[in-house]
Design a protein around this ligand. Structure first.
Ligand code: C5P
Length: 401
């Protein structure tokens, strides 16, 4: 099942390290090629010799040992790797990774690799619930690292709590899901997503923009990736981190966004416009900084191209999705946009509703499909909203009919 899959198994210093022996043996039975990288602390819990014997590969610990090769170990080990699995993953290692620290072979390997990472945390319950650790784990989750939740049970400290490493079967299931993605619904589909606001310059320091944070578009990109899609994200300026495994194109103005979309559009199957493109831009961009003055200042605004409308007019068989952020519950205008922009699906939300729309982590949407059926959803996190949007997209894709 995992034939020809190369997995780097990172083992860190927790008591669950003894279970790594079983994990290796199961993964080997499924045909995977396992390369173990241990932290120094892990060697106090299980010997490299045991793991070497089971994995049938050399076990690596030290970044600098064996200087016979000219290629650094973190580079050569990373080559052709399909997955980096860290089990057990301690609070220390997870937190170091989240801060970009590379002070041993395992953390260096993670920092220098673009491969999907799966981590199975294990620690004392207080450590797990500590907001410092939770914040570090959340940061990695947002970047696309997958975590297998620890289980409730008796811990090494003799207390009951949440912190035991997930059982081996569960870890194997997660590995299979990530590596055997043949039946993922968006496999072989290319998806283009726009996100965030555009910025239209007035002078060299001032601009016109809007309150869009980009969170919805980034959640969509993350979900598209999870469903097996090949994702390109064209993003306006945001405070969000780039997403692992997603091709990122950063733009600022509507015209730059249009340029990027036009360049990327042709080979894509599904195009989702969640960006809040500024409808207008200043006609003239002042050189330097506009000085303070006595009289009033008028800015002349000219219309930006409606990128989505232009794409819709020459559809080329693409599945087009738009967003309609409105200031009332009147869904009529969204239906008109769906028709006029020649879309397959539009996501409506009333931005005046609490928890819906700009800047927040939640959204309350209605999905309208080409046949103008309307589906209403409760207030959900933007990640859950993204899941629902993709469920509808997948249901309505031409080949799925
Ligand atoms: O017409 P309205 O701006 O409300 O339509 C919103 C939809 O159109 C969104 O999907 C948005 O990304 C897209 N749009 C665009 N270019 C613009 C304005 C909006 O592609 N200039």
């Amino acid at each position: 099942m995992l034939q020809e899959k190369k997995i780097i198994l990172g083992i860190t210093g927790g008591i669950a390290a003894y279970k790594s022996a079983f994990l290796i043996s199961q993964l080997k039975k499924l045909g995977a090629d396992i390369w173990v990288v241990m932290t120094k602390a892990a060697t106090s819990f299980i010997t490299p010799l045991t793991l070497q014997t089971l994995s049938k590969n050399k076990v690596y610990i030290d970044l600098f040992e064996d200087s016979s090769s000219f290629i650094p170990k973190h580079i050569s080990l990373n080559e052709n790797t399909d997955l980096i699995l860290i089990a057990p993953a301690t609070a220390n290692t997870i937190s170091k990774i989240s801060q970009g620290i590379a002070d041993n072979l395992l953390t260096t390997l993670v920092l220098s690799s673009k491969t999907q990472k799966v981590l199975a945390p294990t620690m004392n319950e207080n450590m797990y619930n500590n907001p410092i650790f939770q914040e570090n784990m959340e940061k990695l989750k947002k970047m696309g690292y997958l975590f297998i939740e620890p289980e409730y049970g008796r811990l090494a400290c003799n207390k009951e709590g949440k912190g035991r490493m997930a059982n081996i079967d569960k870890i194997i299931e997660e590995v299979k899901q990530v590596l055997i993605n043949d039946n993922l619904p968006l496999k072989n589909r290319k998806i283009l997503i726009t996100a965030g606001a555009t910025r239209e310059p007035i002078d060299i320091i001032r601009y016109i923009s809007n309150r869009s944070s980009g969170k919805m578009g980034y959640a969509l990109a993350k979900e598209a990736k999870r469903l097996g899609g090949e994702v390109t994200l064209i993003s306006g300026p945001t405070f969000l981190s780039s997403l692992e495994g997603v091709a990122m194109i950063k733009v600022d103005t509507a015209l730059k966004m249009k340029e990027a979309v036009t360049r990327e559009y042709n080979d894509k199957d599904i195009i989702i416009f969640s960006a809040a493109v500024c409808d207008f831009r200043p006609k003239k961009v002042y050189k330097g900084k506009i000085k303070k003055r006595e009289e009033n200042l008028s800015l002349e605004l000219i219309e930006n191209p409606d990128i989505l409308r232009e794409l819709g007019s020459e559809k080329k068989g693409k599945f087009l999705v738009g967003f309609a952020a409105e200031d009332s519950d009147n869904i009529k205008s969204a239906i008109i946009k769906l028709r006029e922009k020649n879309l397959d699906l539009i996501v409506f939300n009333n931005i005046t509703e609490v928890g819906a729309g700009f800047e927040v982590d939640t959204n309350k949407i209605k999905i309208i499909t080409k046949d103008e059926t309307i589906k209403e959803f409760p207030l959900l996190t933007k990640q859950e909203v993204a899941q629902n949007i993709f469920k509808e997209i997948i249901k309505n894709l031409p080949s799925a009919n």
